[in-house]
Design a protein around this ligand. Structure first.
Ligand code: KG4
Ligand code: ZN
Length: 341
């Protein structure tokens, strides 16, 4: 089955063609970073308009790169939530309209299920069951994954998501948008020993996270310095270390509590180099296995939507002709693939 995936939940237009027999055939991404940079963050209305202007061209070149024409597609998968309502709607309308025109099925995909399954596009791919750390701009979750659609939420953030904490801290340090990569770049030039910030929730036995106190600690430290570039770099380094250590501590606890050895990490923050290195050490200490998507599939992309969609479409699922999006959509509401109307 050849599935076109369309991702438009936030500030990236991603399209991809996934073939259930031959794997990923092609993928294209247009990032809106430059458009939103002047505003210091994503402007939802501008994001929606830009998706509308880009998806046709991206789709045409993606399908051509796959060596196919539109009539070769068997189905279309689009992100139906969670995300920005208007941005989601553009992709849902695009996906449904294209599928209607081609006389093929369409399916609304859960964005976080896409992230969770993105490591399946790699070789070797993880095998079930595993613990997944989902870390993005809106989520910091630990999920026990028995198989596709069997998700048990083990831990969640009590306040900010870790990506959100990176973004807000970067903004307050004057590092701009997008905050995660900017803060990480500053951290690479910082002296890690100059500041020490708390590892929130590290001592509690539950698997929840909290990042807003860490963000406040970084800003308070910043207010007390001369606000020069070297102080910014040092604070960024201490913030990044505290954030990734907090994640690693809970990952280890989750694996131990559930007597599991396989950890899968996905979502935009999984692109963080320090997190990847620290989790590698953590996993080696318990002789476990660690899986990440390649860097470009950590952040939003069409390939993960095409893959997640293909799996469910093959199992007989598809959405009705109405166009629905769910800006808020808990992953725990996802059921195992099943036949739908
Ligand atoms: O998965 P994603 O592209 O979009 C959402 O679903 O939210 O994740 C975006 C988030 C942003 O908060 C961004 O700052 C963060 O991932 N991020 C990073 C890095 N690259 C992206 N955070 C830390 N270090 C990075 N290298
Ligand atoms: Zn995402």
């Amino acid at each position: 089955m050849k599935v076109l995936g369309i991702e438009t939940s936030c500030d990236e237009t991603g399209v991809a063609v996934y073939d259930s027999e031959h794997g990923l055939l092609s993928h294209k991404l247009h990032s809106q970073v430059e458009i939103h940079a002047d505003y210091g963050g994503v402007v939802p209305e501008i994001a929606s308009r830009d998706h509308v202007g880009k998806w046709v061209t991206l789709t045409k070149s993606c399908v051509a790169d796959a060596g196919l024409s539109l009539s070769d597609l068997d189905a279309v998968a689009y992100t139906a939530g969670p995300g920005l309502a208007g941005a989601l709607f553009t992709g849902a309308v695009a996906g449904r309209a294209l599928a209607w025109q081609l006389g093929i099925k369409a399916l609304g995909v859960h964005h976080m299920e896409g992230h969770l399954l993105a490591p399946m596009l790699e070789s070797p791919a993880p095998t079930f069951p595993f613990i997944c750390l989902l870390v993005s701009g809106g989520h910091s979750q630990l999920v026990r994954v028995e198989s596709i659609g069997h998700y048990e939420l083990l831990g969640d953030t009590l306040d900010d998501a870790v990506g959100e904490a990176f973004d807000k801290t970067a903004k307050m340090l004057g590092l701009g948008y997008p905050g995660g990569p900017a803060l990480s770049k500053a951290a690479a030039n910082g002296d890690i020993s100059k500041f020490t910030f708390p590892r929130p929730m590290a001592k509690s036995d539950d698997l929840n996270f909290s990042f807003s106190g860490l963000k406040t600690a970084a800003i308070t430290a910043f207010d007390k310095t001369g606000r020069d570039q070297s102080a910014v770099n040092d604070i960024a380094a201490a913030f990044e270390l505290a954030a990734v250590e907090s994640l690693a501590i809970k990952c280890k606890k989750a694996l131990q509590q559930h007597n599991m050895k396989t950890l899968v990490v996905s979502g935009g923050v999984a692109a963080n180099v320090r997190l990847r290195a620290l989790l590698q050490q953590t996993i080696e200490s318990i002789e476990g296995e660690l899986y990440f998507p390649r860097l470009e599939f950590c952040t939003d992309n069409g390939a993960m939507i095409a893959y997640a969609g293909a799996f469910r479409l093959l199992a007989g699922e598809h959405s009705g002709a109405e166009i629905n999006v769910r800006p808020r959509w808990p992953l725990s509401e996802m059921a195992a693939p099943r036949q739908s109307g």
